[in-house]
Design a protein around this ligand. Sequence first.
Ligand code: UT7
Length: 350
Amino acid sequence: MSHSRLHPLLGRPITITGLGTYVPEKVVTNDDLSASLETSDEWIRQRTGIGERRIAGPGVCASDLGILAAREALADAGLEPGAIDLVITPTISPDQLMPATAARVAHGAGCDNAGAFDLSAGCAGFVFGLAMAAGQVASGVRDNVLVVGAEAISRIIDWEDRSTAILFGDGAGAAVVSALPGGTVSSDGGAARLGILGFDLGGDGSGADSLSVPAGGSRMPASCETVQDRQHYLKMNGKEVYKFATRVVTKSAGAVLAKCGYAVEDIDLFVPHQANLRIIEGAVDKLGLPWEKVYTNLQKYGNTSSASIPLCLKEARAEGRLKDGDLVLLMGFGAGLSWGACLMRWGTGA
Ligand code: UT7
């Protein structure tokens, strides 16, 4: 394909200039879970692909994990914390309803003068956060925005519910979004623009109840009954979410590729949200993408919601599977229901 094309993301070129991650040390295997739940390693691996997950120690909350990932992303970008203008924290397991977890993340990472807010878009949160950061930096309103997916999901999991307890894990992943000084490198020697190229974001609130924490907000305020009825835990209609996910991944991937003028064959690396290996395999099959171009690590971490994509990006880069010039498709989906795809050509041009 020709690489001279109009880019749907207007303004100055931007990219991810730094990545950071943190996962708690404690590993909980499927066998560990089957000691207290009626489940098995075989069932969990077959239905989800997950082998183990990390769980934060007592007293550790989402911002604690996010701060460590944020510091690493800043160092990776070679930026002082004071250079960050805005901190966005996508999370489904915030420290509190208010204030924003992002405020504590910003403070803990030393970005004290930065604006900070949380973003609630379920497991599509990281891609939504990138899109908000991209708009701010591309338009010149800000120079450096830190997106920090921070999740202590184990705190909102009902450990008596085997249909959800097996799926999730704790972790954090951060990315610095900055302006790019006009790089022009591409994997095929063409003149493709580096950095973030475009987004496709979507939602369907008719599925809001398919994946939610029913109580604790203004819809169902906390009471003795809500606690007794276990309504403060994450509830999921697994089948509905599964069907939705397999549907939107291909649709949204196709939409962002078309917007940016690329085809599935152009993709070098596909980094989907790590919800379930079967969802990913189904979507990849429908897309017609070879499996070598797909990155997964849910085998080790389970579903870490808004941390899953940066956790993949950093590991893929470390393993040499994410290289400068690669065309990368990021895809998030989850509560809302919501979905978001981002197409970017990896690299800083440095
Ligand atoms: O980040 C986005 C959010 N989440 C997702 O993307 C998750 C989407 N959904 C899924 O991944 C799948 O629906 C699950 C993995 C959650 C469930 O897999 P499934 O193949 O849809 O199983 P199911 O709900 O149809 O349950 C099949 C059977 C049921 O037993 P019966 O009624 O057939 O006797 C369940 O009770 O499996 C049983 N089951 C389990 N058995 C052993 C459910 N959870 C477990 C378990 N261990 N952990």
